[in-house]
Ligand binder design. Structure first.
Ligand SMILES: C[S@@+](CC[C@H](N)C(=O)[O-])C[C@H]1O[C@@H](n2cnc3c(N)ncnc32)[C@H](O)[C@@H]1O
Length: 361
């Protein structure tokens, strides 16, 4: 049974919003690598579905827009402006673009140079929606879940002090702590990663003009550590799936069947074993890359900054979590050569705004 009352309340919440937990259970326990994680509630066989999360329960911008149309409207108009500005920058002959290139001292990059509008805007979208949820936590269906979001590492503590990227004393302290967690990391790489994360947040705040919301930085740090890419430039946080910790040898894979996300056992798992997904790269890739390279070191540093998880340098990677559409089919094909199984990545189809209108939690 769940180890704390809070876990039991969360599990009850999951069932209320349609999440099925046939073989998995959230537990706050020292047995978990992160103090809290998802465990097998009974013996699991390879190929079993241990969790099933309906798409309507996922916090992504279209589901969130149903509850917070005002925020959705604000975000959409800002996004339009940002994309327009980017299109203008792509016209090299535009006088303003030309001026930017000809400036004598182009070292001070501007906001748009720290974010890629086709990749990074979901960060602010999900952050603002999560803030909306928290403001209405006592009545909103997602309230109980979002209130449970948690992360404790030097980078998150830095975010929680709402530090500016120019404030070097606090950044130095954070870097020193991260360095202790990953002594092999090159200090300059570490500084660059922290700096990039803070500058990107700063750039997003400027582009959206949302500077004065105090818990924004905190929620931003939580959102980026829990979201998963669902499609190009679209991300979401999947309840209960977001409670699963990271391992380079995961025993679960995520699959989408058109209406729900399923977590499928990749091997037999004993009752009370912790269950993991891999936040970084697939096992099949890790096996072939034992060699430590500069790129691996950069990746390990990024994993530390993004999730607060110190990995071995040769194991790190910056790749985002991916959805293995074929996770279930692989079970049938994999019998002869497990490691060679190629994973097809399915782009998650976000349903249109109108067709989703009726589906609420
Ligand atoms: C998606 S959440 C996972 C659930 C989280 N443990 C919780 O209770 O909310 C990601 C966060 O979990 C923690 N985490 C996940 N895997 C970890 C690991 N292998 N070692 C240490 N911390 C981990 C980190 O704090 C990370 O930022």
């Amino acid at each position: 049974s769940p180890s704390t009352n809070k876990d039991a309340i969360f599990t009850e919440w999951c069932h209320r919003v349609g999440i099925e937990t046939p073989k998995a259970e959230l537990r706050t326990t020292k047995e978990s690598v992160a103090g809290r994680g998802v465990f097998a509630s009974q013996d699991v066989l390879k190929g079993d579905v241990v969790l099933r999360i309906p798409e309507a329960a996922v916090l992504h911008n279209q589901n969130a827009a149903l509850y917070f149309p005002e925020t959705a409207g604000f975000l959409a108009s800002k996004k339009q402006k940002i994309l327009k500005e980017r299109r203008r920058r792509q016209r090299w002959w535009d006088p303003r673009t030309l001026w930017r290139r000809l400036r004598p001292l182009p070292f001070e990059k501007d906001n748009l140079e720290f974010v890629d509008p086709s990749e990074d805007l979901w960060q602010m979208e999900l952050t603002l929606f999560a803030l909306d949820v928290l403001e209405n936590a006592s009545v909103h269906p997602w309230g109980l879940w979002v209130s449970e979001w948690y992360r404790d590492d030097p980078m998150q503590r830095l975010h929680q002090t709402n530090v500016q990227w120019k404030n070097s004393v606090e950044i130095d302290g954070c870097i020193a702590e991260l360095q202790e967690m990953l002594p092999d990391a090159n200090p300059l790489t570490l500084r660059a990663a922290v700096d990039l994360r803070l500058r990107r947040l700063n750039a997003l705040k400027n582009l959206y003009d949302v500077h004065h919301v105090p818990p924004l930085d905190t929620i931003y740090g939580l959102v980026i550590s829990r979201a998963i890419e669902l499609g190009k430039g679209i991300a979401g946080v999947i309840p209960m799936f977001d409670m699963i910790n990271h391992s380079l040898e995961p025993n679960l894979a995520l699959s989408f069947d058109g209406s729900a996300f399923e977590l499928i056992a990749q091997r037999n798992i004993a009752e009370n074993e912790e269950m993991f997904i891999c936040y970084t790269r697939d096992i099949s890739e890790t096996i072939n890359t034992k060699k430590k390279s500069l790129w691996d070191e950069v990746s390990a540093v990024w994993t530390l900054v993004q999730w607060g998880i110190p990995t071995l340098p040769e194991m790190g990677d910056v790749k985002k979590m991916t959805i293995k559409s074929s996770a279930r089919e692989n079970q049938n094909q994999e019998t002869e050569d497990d490691d060679e199984a190629t994973i097809k990545i399915k782009t998650f189809p976000i349903p249109s705004w109108t067709s989703r209108r009726k589906t609420r939690l």
